[in-house]
Design a protein around this ligand. Structure first.
Ligand code: GUN
Ligand code: FE
Length: 457
């Protein structure tokens, strides 16, 4: 521990989810970070901040202190991680009518995405999208941009500028796409390599931004393109994201397009796209063999409940997949999902699991508040293989954090519902329930990424 590098101290209540189904409340806790935003110490049960500070340093002037310990309704929470979002679709949030996946793509999605080759428009849309996510406490997102090289590079530049941790994906699609929004195999390769090089150039140490290969989904890529992406992924050990088994019509289409593969998941495996750095969005209608295949490759699933309800794709069997050892996280999937907020997505994950349990008549399918808060933070960190850096409050991790304030009348906690010195779990469980079900971005008052404040209400 190099305390001479101490730059900021935070004091108050910290809440995190060390494992699935577990919430830990750290009251009267002090966390210190260095100039890179790394947590260099955690001290629990500190009754008097000044005694700790005197012990740590005699040069208090240069240290920034945020003390929220006297406010019972404020707490620090790990930043949310959104493992599946289309920045390019942000203007369409809420606009999906009665469509289902394939007609939704044709009607709403492709026209908007294609229009973002206009860099002025892309800058407007991407800036709004990133700022909206940050103000909702999302400190890390895995983005789909468009097929366009320059506007994808612009998304990376803007995340870096605005201070959001991000994975940036240039979409690959060279078949079954409209003539105004399609690329050739050669164009897709060149564009993918240009984006990889750009991202390595702007953030060589991966402090914030990393590239992620992004074949849109099996139907929009031919075998040559999928094969090339699989080789590139393998050679450079790259992250990869795509959609899987979202909608029954889509699944039948994939069967027709790739008759040589046993299942939809096998298509991706046959082209060497599955690894422990692969994020599969949706994964709703999987067979047991597909579940086993995903598990054997240690790939993860991004559960997108708002999207799945909105365009009526189905209910992902989250608890069953977790019981099989598959890593799961949450995705807003804007704009098939209408909300940019992971808090709202967590709430819908809980509700969708209730609908699933009505269908299966199995209470074990229900997700709890603790479960969905885990999926929103630590679950995302594990899916992105960043759990050595993110997801919980531990020494050595980065300070990607949101400050939650429940002193707003969207919450209305009464005096007897507040934590006291004899804090018990039930009080805190109820407070978290109030935040999840009644809270929104008004309650997210400050956000940090790598210890740097990136949002202040
Ligand atoms: N499948 C292929 N493209 C998309 C997309 O943009 N959104 C969703 N939800 N599913 C897809
Ligand atoms: Fe999607």
């Amino acid at each position: 521990m190099t305390l001479d590098q101490l730059t900021k101290i935070f004091y108050g209540t910290f809440i995190h989810t060390p494992s699935f189904g577990e919430v830990e409340i750290l009251t009267k806790t002090v966390i210190g970070i260095n100039s890179s935003g790394t947590i260099i110490f955690i001290e629990k049960n500190v009754l008097n901040l000044s005694t700790i500070i005197l012990k740590l340093t005699d040069n208090i002037q240069n240290i920034e202190i945020l003390d929220i310990s006297n406010d019972p309704l404020k707490f620090f929470f790990p930043g949310f991680i959104d493992t599946h979002i289309h920045a390019s679709q942000y203007p369409n949030n809420g606009i999906f009518g009665n469509s289902t996946l394939l007609d939704w793509l044709e009607t709403y999605t492709f026209p908007l995405e294609s229009s973002l080759k206009d860099l002025k428009k892309a800058e407007l849309v991407y800036t709004k999208c990133i700022e909206k996510l940050l103000s909702n406490g999302t400190t890390c997102a895995s983005y789909y941009a468009t097929i366009d090289t320059n506007s994808t590079n612009l998304l990376a530049d803007l995340c870096l500028k605005l201070g959001q941790r991000a994975f940036i994906g240039k979409i690959c699609m060279n078949q079954n796409s409209p003539n105004y929004y399609i690329e050739t195999f050669e164009e897709s390769k060149l564009s993918t390599l240009k984006v990889l090089n750009h991202i390595i150039k702007i953030d060589p140490n991966k402090n914030l931004i990393q590239p992620i290969l992004t074949p849109r989904f099996a139907p929009s890529c031919n075998s040559s393109l999928l094969n090339w992406l699989g080789e590139l992924r393998n050679d450079k050990d790259l992250y990869l994201q795509t959609h899987l088994s979202e909608n029954l019509k889509e699944i039948n289409w994939v069967k027709e397009l790739f008759p040589q593969s046993k299942t939809y998941t096998d298509v991706y495996n046959d082209f060497n796209l599955l690894s422990s750095k692969t994020i599969l969005a949706h994964a709703i209608h999987l067979s047991n063999d597909e579940i086993e295949l995903i598990k054997s490759k240690d790939s993860c699933i991004s559960h997108c409940p708002i999207s799945n309800s909105s365009i009526t794709s189905g209910e992902c069997r989250v608890k069953q997949l977790i019981s099989k050892g598959i890593k799961i996280s949450l995705g807003t999937d804007c704009s098939a999902g209408f909300s940019p907020s992971i808090l709202q997505t967590a709430k819908h994950a809980l509700l969708v699991s209730r609908h699933l349990s009505m269908k299966t008549e199995n209470d074990l399918d229900k997700l709890s508040i603790k479960d969905v808060l885990y999926l929103s933070t630590n679950g995302g960190a594990k899916c992105l293989k960043l759990d050595d850096k993110l997801g919980t409050f531990d020494q050595g991790k980065q300070f990607d954090v949101q400050l939650i304030d429940l002193n707003f009348n969207n919450i209305d906690l009464f005096e007897w519902q507040l934590p006291s010195d004899k804090d018990d779990d039930e009080i805190w469980n109820n407070i978290l329930a109030k935040w999840l079900f009644n809270g929104d971005d008004r309650n997210t008052i400050k956000v940090w990424v790598n210890g740097k404040q990136v949002y202040n209400q």
